[in-house]
Design a protein around this ligand. Structure first.
Ligand SMILES: [Zn+2]
Length: 141
């Protein structure tokens, strides 16, 4: 079982993340600080500006090349990081009749997938968040 790490910024439980996602999403100038052998976690508390951390080091959200969908709920934030498909683009696609992930991918012509392990800031497939974003948008109409 995975031991849950506590965020050094806010003290809340964080989520374990693979180092590929850390390496991909931290800005170039701080790459040397990433120890590949460490266990990495990410703080998912929207009120906290800590992003990835290990026992030795902690990064801020501003140390990343992308905004985090779980901390920033504004429209320009990506939901699918493989395609750089944003929350606003999904909302617009739903407004124009899209009801599924396939619909949205066809409508926006953003259908690149499969690089979630490094591109998605959680290192996981965006599918569930994508579906939730669609259903949230559908429920608003
Ligand atoms: Zn935190």
């Amino acid at each position: 079982m995975e031991i849950i790490q506590i965020c050094p910024g806010c003290g809340l439980p964080a989520v374990a993340v693979n180092v590929e996602a850390v390496k991909y999403n931290v800005v170039e100038s701080l790459q040397d600080l990433i120890n590949l052998k460490n266990k990495w976690s990410v703080c998912v508390n929207p009120a906290c500006d800590c992003s990835y951390f290990s026992r030795q080091i902690k990064f801020r959200t501003s140390d990343l090349i992308v905004p985090l969908f779980f901390k920033d709920n504004s429209d320009p934030v990506p939901i699918c990081y493989c395609s750089n498909l944003t929350r606003g683009e999904i909302k617009k696609a739903v407004k124009n009749g899209c009801k599924s992930i396939d619909d949205v991918q066809n409508y926006t012509r953003k259908n690149i997938t499969g690089m979630c392990e490094e591109r998605n800031p959680l290192g996981k497939c965006c599918r569930n968040v994508f579906l939730r974003t669609i259903s949230d948008s559908l429920n608003k109409d």
